[in-house]
Design a protein around this ligand. Structure first.
Ligand code: ADP
Ligand code: MG
Length: 273
């Protein structure tokens, strides 16, 4: 994936919605996890973060991951987003088998293909909004030019409504604005997948809803979005809801906006969303 590709304008994003919605299909999963397991320690003292999960996530869908604290939501998100590696099992994301990648290769793959958004923003405090975004672009495309990074970062900040704030430091931005910068950083590399781990968890409800709308817009533009949340109302607005319980997928259901054709494929014992 190249960062010289311009970001889609909101208009282009809207035009592409019909096309991406009709191609949503469980037969074309962006994410395919089989027997995916993340364990710390051994024997009777081992902790299982994710326990033998089988899950397909269709390309272009907005999927909520819900469940009690400690149920494995963040661990699953970290595995799928290439932040962490499984102990066993296989994981294919965007056609690439990532479970066996070494740290460096996984970091490169992640920089090029995934955008990550955290609850507490994770912006570098001494860099401006634009510089935070430019840095992510540099990781994804080390050969690109500074001028192109600048214009892509400015465009990404414009998409999240922060075009006028690009020279501000994180400390000069509200929580909601900082999360918008983090989203700009996530989309600036034109990722196929966004993993957002409780991105609204540190925000007041109204601001959280605004951030969620940005994720909905991204899905509308064709990006697959994994949205980890504790907010049942926002979860219901996603295409699908995956419920985690004790490191396993306890259930999968369609959200309010789900296209009717997809669901759980019980015959394969694989949760398909
Ligand atoms: P959630 O995001 O649903 O709250 P997590 O994925 O963070 O849950 O955690 C799932 C389980 O894995 C918990 O029991 C947690 O204590 C454990 N866990 C997570 N990260 C680590 C780690 N680095 N070392 C040991 N145990 C961990
Ligand atoms: Mg968590």
């Amino acid at each position: 994936m190249t960062t010289t590709t311009p970001l889609r304008s909101p208009d282009a994003a809207r035009r592409s919605v019909t096309r991406s919605a009709t191609t949503i299909s469980a037969a074309r999963p962006l994410v395919a996890a089989r027997d995916l397991t993340r364990r710390w320690g051994r024997g009777s003292t081992a902790t299982l973060g994710v326990d033998a999960v089988d899950l397909d996530i269709a390309a272009g869908s907005l999927v909520a991951i819900v469940g009690p604290s400690g149920s494995g939501k963040s661990t699953l998100g970290a595995l799928v987003g290439g932040i962490d590696r499984p102990t066993s099992g296989s994981l294919v994301v965007g056609g690439e088998r990532i479970d066996g990648l070494k740290n460096d290769a996984l970091a490169r793959w992640r920089a090029e293909h995934v955008g990550i958004v955290f609850q507490d923003f994770h912006l570098l405090p001494t860099l401006t909004a634009a510089e935070n975004v430019e840095l992510a672009i540099r990781f994804a495309d080390r050969r690109g030019h500074r001028s192109s990074r600048r214009s892509i970062a400015a465009e990404a900040l414009g998409v999240v409504g922060l075009g006028d704030h690009r020279r501000r430091l994180p400390s000069q931005l509200s929580g909601g604005e900082q999360q918008r910068v983090a989203i700009a950083r996530a989309i600036a590399t034109d990722p196929t997948l966004i993993v957002a781990d409780e991105p609204t968890g540190s925000l007041d409800q109204a601001t959280g809803h605004e951030v969620f709308e940005l994720l909905v817009d991204l899905r509308t533009a064709g990006t697959t979005v994994l949205f980890i949340t504790h907010d049942p109302h926002l979860a219901e607005r996603c295409d699908h809801v995956v419920e985690m319980l004790d490191g396993r997928v306890g259930g999968v259901r369609s959200g309010a906006e789900a296209p009717g054709a997809v669901g759980t494929r019980h015959d394969l014992a694989t949760a398909v969303v």
